[in-house]
Design a protein around this ligand. Sequence first.
Ligand code: FAD
Ligand code: SF4
Length: 626
Amino acid sequence: MLTRTVFRPRILNFNRLLHSSSRINRQLFDPSTVERVSEDVDVCIVGAGPAGLSTAIRLKQLEQKLGKEFRVVVLEKGAEVGSHILSGAVIEPRALDELLPDWALRDDHPLTQSATSSHMRFLTKSLSIPIPHPPQMSNQGNYIVSLSRFAAWLGNIAEEMGVEVYPGFAGAGVVYADDGSVAGVRTNEVGLDRLGCMKESFEPGMEFRAKVTLIAEGAHGSIAKELIQNFDLRRNSDPQTYGIGLKEVWRVDPTQYRPGEVVHTMGWPLDFRTYGGGWVYHMADGLVSLGLVIGLDYANPYLSPYKEFQRMKHHPYFAQLLSGNSTRVAYGGRSLNEGGLQSVPQLYFPGGALVGCSAGFVNIAKIKGTHNAMKSGMLAAEAAAAVLSQDSSSGPADMSKYETALKNSWVWSDLNEVRNLRESFNTPLGIWGGIMYSGIDSLLLKGRTPWTFRNRARLTDAQHTQPAYRFRPINYPPPQPPLSTDLLTSLTLTGTNHAEEQPVHLRVRKDGIEDTTLRKLHVQRNVSEYAGLLQRACPAGVYEYIEDETAADGWNGHKLVINSQNCIHCKLCDIKVPTQDITWTVPEGGGGPKYSEYLLLIVSAGMVHLILSLSSHYLTVYDSAV
Ligand SMILES: Cc1cc2nc3c(=O)[nH]c(=O)nc-3n(C[C@H](O)[C@H](O)[C@H](O)COP(=O)(O)OP(=O)(O)OC[C@H]3O[C@@H](n4cnc5c(N)ncnc54)[C@H](O)[C@@H]3O)c2cc1C
Ligand code: SF4
């Protein structure tokens, strides 16, 4: 695994030389006067997920082929590669086969559990009815993996090939050249206090100036958001739409464990107006990943994704699965793209491009995006290598060839075939219309239709939210451990941590403005019109609208408390808040969930469990022999 000691000495030395001076202690930080260390690289990739790491690995392969040398840097906001990646995923190995054809021969590969069967079930409150699953959902030849471990494994390979991977370094902003093109990214400051003053530990961010900048932040990245807006990359596409995925990992009782089984559910606990469904993946090592995805175009502000998920586990199907000697070992949440082909923005901008879920290549009919994210990274690497092989004085990198290559690749046909399925749920026929249309399309038409459903009204998920007065509050049952628990108990299983006394990274900000008037308006509208949606929607309990008698004069008797240290970086608030005035920014590098660490603990716990069971087995044999 990559460590700070191995990867950071040069950078940290620069910082210490220039900035660790007690003179600046506790002064207000002023970004316009800061002196930043700058590093020149060929390619700077933001995000060490499957997309960013496949890009880096392909660049190093091309370097060998072309006989050139490329300096490739990957920045990752998680403390370790994979620590912010949630998905307990079923992945198609198609892109991996192309990237590393010999992957199965590598001793340490994490694809140890193949998918052996796939089922689909429709749930009513008490029944679980098997239904035929569309051909796209067949998982033959696929693998059930921890995506976090998969990313860590790719990170090791990239590092062995000479890529510089810097976990704990978040891309915090874009560095623009004088001509307005993208010249790289800057990392975030560390050592600021809550008021933005410099502590003794202060180190300014540094600039990575790159000939090609590739953004691989996953769904709804903060840098991608800025670039899509600044370069109007969405002018010919529909708005991106999202789902929130909440997941738990359980070590289940051996009688309930069926390694390789993949199950998807529809129906209960969601009502007929809400898009979504559940999953159960029986992974390796006695572990089961289960969860619920809910489309963020839901209308009812009283809906709580967390509580829907908790009550889902009380359905007889899940209660049986989690019965006996079963223990919950992990919890997490993350947004994923649902917009599909119609929502893919222009992929390139002057100086770089968007790869993976930063652009949005999830095939939502399959609930899979990893294969497409990896392939897009590989194609971006090929275009970047071509750019780097040209005369460098010819202006900012033109990555348009990457978009052409992607549109001619199997990623595009993968998305094209299912392009109408998700969007069919947004017609006047609602969820039932969507189920009927997508059944016919996926079984018979297979996307070979002359029409494409578009989001012509350009409605975002936030705009789908309706005022609270149109709904009755949802009466969720109280948690009943061990099947369901309160949110803060679950949160302890994410390993989330943010350095204390740092500026709140969830900003009440709109159009660059951040002041008391805006905050007041936020509280007023969110409390009175949307019943404080965020305090139910955030899967980490970050937002609270607290009654406050002193908050008169436009505050609607409430104040907003943001418990930013709980944030698990799912990006829901930025996407769903009806007033569109919450901006998720990167916290100090390394803060956030620690999914991989928890999985390592689980796997080690599994090893201990195995050793204990084996030793007790031998002891029993020995006893009976005696
Ligand atoms: C609940 C859920 C279930 C899913 N199930 C499946 C499945 O079964 N099969 C499947 O194939 N796909 C699945 N997906 C989709 C899959 O996770 C994505 O398609 C895939 O991870 C995309 O890869 P990526 O590299 O583009 O982004 P990510 O995997 O999200 O990686 C992005 C990386 O960039 C880092 N990052 C973000 N912003 C910054 C920044 N500013 N600076 C530095 N680092 C940054 C993040 O910490 C992260 O490590 C699922 C997704 C979710 C949320
Ligand atoms: S604060 Fe926002 S990004 Fe963080 S966990 Fe809550 S909804 Fe997700």
